[in-house]
Design a binder for this molecule. Structure first.
Ligand code: ADP
Ligand code: ADP
Length: 229
């Protein structure tokens, strides 16, 4: 599951400004789509509409054939994991942040402790350990560590669909590799929409949508877009 369709979707934040001008695309279940384009082109708006932060001004969005306007908000959000650019952490342990960190998950979905620990060990593996309080570490959590924590708590929720806004900050090569491993673990087998800033993500995407001024102006794999450039 996790087949996503945007059908002629427009969106206006206000009547004078059209943020999306009738966009259509289809993502097969399990595929990764990279959204690229200049700041202000509409990439974040696409993710917000799929999460029903807003509904389209016109047009429709479907998940597995069902119009998301007809889904319960919390059942929709249980099926979608969001990794924002700036992760907000609870002032609690790393364990707590992994198990309860997804503020959109209802508490019926609270995660299995053993699973959370296993995810921690495979993709986090912080030297100070699982029960370290984030607050005590405070600002010693680097951007890369915060990102991995955000990824871990998304994996634990096990959603079929992932929305990811990649961090723009430059990372050293070791951190880069750790993040890439975590991203691979998270996106494998899941439908992923990613606002892509990293070349490796763009190159691995099944399809790239180039967004400009509220429209999709090009579609294709990395190789196809280069060939047509
Ligand atoms: P990004 O390029 O990552 O989307 P922006 O600087 O465009 O970052 O937006 C940062 C935040 O400000 C977003 O959460 C967005 O909702 C909000 N924002 C962007 N443009 C406007 C605007 N014209 N009016 C109000 N809020 C805006
Ligand atoms: P991107 O993610 O590609 O940077 P956005 O989807 O954030 O672009 O923004 C698309 C357009 O919508 C921009 O013109 C932006 O200023 C506007 N916008 C974004 N968020 C808001 C908001 N909360 N209120 C009003 N306008 C917004």
């Amino acid at each position: 599951s996790g087949h996503v369709v945007f059908d002629n979707v427009t969106f206006n934040y206000d009547p004078r400004q059209t943020a999306l001008k009738g966009i259509s695309f289809s993502i097969p279940a399990g595929a990764t789509v990279a959204l690229v384009g200049p700041s202000g082109s509409g990439k974040s708006t696409i993710l917000r509409l799929l999460f029903r932060f807003y509904d389209p001004t016109s047009g429709n969005i479907y998940i597995d054939g069902q119009n998301i306007r007809e889904l319960q908000q919390n059942s929709l959000r249980r099926n979608i994991g969001v990794v924002p650019q700036d992760t907000v952490l609870f002032n609690d342990t790393i364990e707590y942040n992994i198990r309860y960190g997804d503020v959109d998950a209802s508490h019926e979905t609270v995660v299995n402790a053993a699973k959370a620990a296993q995810i921690h060990d495979s993709i986090m593996n912080f030297p100070d350990g699982y029960e370290t309080r984030v607050g005590e570490r405070g600002l010693r959590l680097s951007g890369g560590e915060k990102q991995r924590l955000a990824i871990a708590r998304t994996i634990v929720k096990n959603p079929p669909i992932i929305l990811l806004d990649e961090a723009t900050s430059a990372l050293d090569t070791t951190t880069e590799r750790h993040i890439q491993d975590a991203l691979n673990a998270m996106t494998k087998g899941r439908t992923t929409l990613v606002i892509a800033h990293r070349l490796s993500t763009i190159m691995k995407a099944d399809v790239i949508l180039v967004v400009r001024d509220g429209e999709i102006v090009e579609t294709g794999t990395h190789d196809e877009l280069i060939r047509n450039a």
